[in-house]
Design a protein around this ligand. Structure first.
Ligand SMILES: [Zn+2]
Length: 426
């Protein structure tokens, strides 16, 4: 596969995955097509050497290959990412009317950069839980696809300070407008087809921008899209796993709820990955040996140094788009990287003649975090945090380089073929 093919597939995945539910579903479809067998957490498992995946809450997924070599001896090559992105979530009773317009009330999910959400052609997608005519409770995914709503900006004439001091009240400034007031309107009617004529009981619905992902730049250097953080990493990890060496064991975990702290049943702070490991290792000692021989590469985008705001980065640690994945460091364990795990990743990149970069926050600025340290704490697994540099993280339209995802794919593919991460001579 070449860079252009990879980016086109990534673009298709981004466009088809407006919510964590859709991302998980689309990954499951790709895994099934590639010979992975779906497991259910509620069922008994029998997992001899082979390829498997399991989902939780329809929004998190663990895919893994049990290699032909003994798990405890070879450990598991693990890659982590997250399925969720900051956005606007529809409230349980969302319908509101104001000044002759029908609107929907929203909650802010995660650390949304709110300004870019104005003046976008928005659609709705997510999960709907409904009661069938036979009184069964079922859930299904829904994606309205067409633009059905918009959050218009206030005209500059009505807010002369808008370019200087604009603040956004998430309760009053954000409800998207759907249509002129209409007595017969109800969201349930709009979603009726999804519920197959049944009664809608509850929803997990999110607004998203219908503007599709695309390559931009005078020489096509950039990829602009919503949800690059972190579907870019989910897709890259997934494509890498498909080419993994089947003699050793490999795993990809994509968790929901990273953007809100990971403390949920399907988040990295929950039991999902731990439960999977407990079921594929025969006992506790075997599990500890397996984890001890394993390495997790936690992939989540990094902040590229912005040419208009260069002082936000420190001179030696400003990752540049299209110059390779950035290893992320933080002395206070906001990132889980250490010299051993970073050195391993650098050597992998060197072997492929791929540049890699290093990111550390300015010492006078607070550092973000990701699922690397959380998974490291939960499992006790050696971990490093890496990610492709991006601009506009948590905007409705983020920007990455068109070379970086493919190069990360090459590095992760090599990792998934490595017989013994960090060397057998330890
Ligand atoms: Zn992220």
């Amino acid at each position: 596969m070449n860079n252009a093919d990879f980016n086109q597939q990534l673009i298709d995945f981004l466009n088809a995955s407006p919510t964590p539910f859709h991302a998980t579903h689309n990954m499951a479809v790709i895994l099934t097509k590639n010979g992975f067998n779906e497991l259910q957490e509620a069922n008994k498992w029998d997992t001899p050497a082979g390829k498997y995946f399991v989902t939780r809450n329809d929004s998190s997924i663990v895919a893994f290959i049990i290699g032909s070599n003994l798990l405890e001896d070879t450990g598991i090559r693990m890659v982590g990412a997250h399925t969720d992105s900051p956005c606007l979530k529809v409230k349980p009773q969302p319908e509101r009317k104001s000044e002759g317009y029908q609107q929907l009330g929203v909650e802010v999910y995660g650390g949304v950069l709110l300004n870019p959400w104005f003046d976008r052609d928005l659609s709705l997608a997510g999960r709907v839980t409904f009661k069938t005519s036979k009184n069964q409770v079922k859930s299904t995914l829904v994606n309205l696809e067409k633009p059905i709503a918009i959050i218009p900006s206030l005209a500059i004439h009505l807010d002369r300070e808008a370019n200087k001091d604009r603040t956004i009240n998430p309760e009053t400034d954000l409800p998207p407008i759907l249509l002129n007031e209409n007595e017969t309107f109800s969201l349930a009617n709009v979603l009726g087809d999804a519920a197959q004529g049944g009664e809608i009981l509850a929803t997990d619905l999110y607004f998203y921008d219908t503007n599709p992902a695309q390559v931009i730049g005078i020489e096509g250097d950039f990829l602009a899209s919503a949800r690059l953080d972190n579907l870019l990493s989910c897709f890259t990890g997934l494509k890498s796993l498909l080419g993994a060496d089947n003699s050793v064991s490999s795993l990809l975990v994509c968790n929901d709820h990273e953007e809100v702290g990971s403390a949920s049943a399907s988040g990295a702070g929950g039991t999902f990955l731990k439960d999977v490991l407990a079921r594929i290792t025969p006992n506790e000692a075997s599990k500890i040996r397996t984890v001890s021989n394993s390495l997790l590469i936690s992939t989540d985008n990094a902040h590229g140094v912005h040419p208009n705001y260069p002082t936000k980065h420190e001179t030696n640690h400003g990752p540049i788009l299209n110059k390779g994945p950035a290893i992320k460091f933080n002395a206070n364990q906001r990132y889980a990287t250490n010299s051993e795990t970073a050195g391993y990743f650098k050597a992998l990149c060197q072997g492929l003649e791929i540049e890699c970069q290093e990111f550390v926050n300015r010492a006078d600025m607070a550092c973000g975090s990701t699922l690397g340290p959380i998974t490291a704490k939960e499992l006790g697994v050696r971990t490093l945090d890496v990610g492709v540099p991006t601009f506009a993280m948590h905007s409705i339209r983020e920007l990455a380089g068109t070379l970086d995802a493919f190069n990360l794919y090459r590095v992760l593919s090599e990792f998934y073929r490595d017989q013994s991460p960090l060397g057998a001579e330890r």
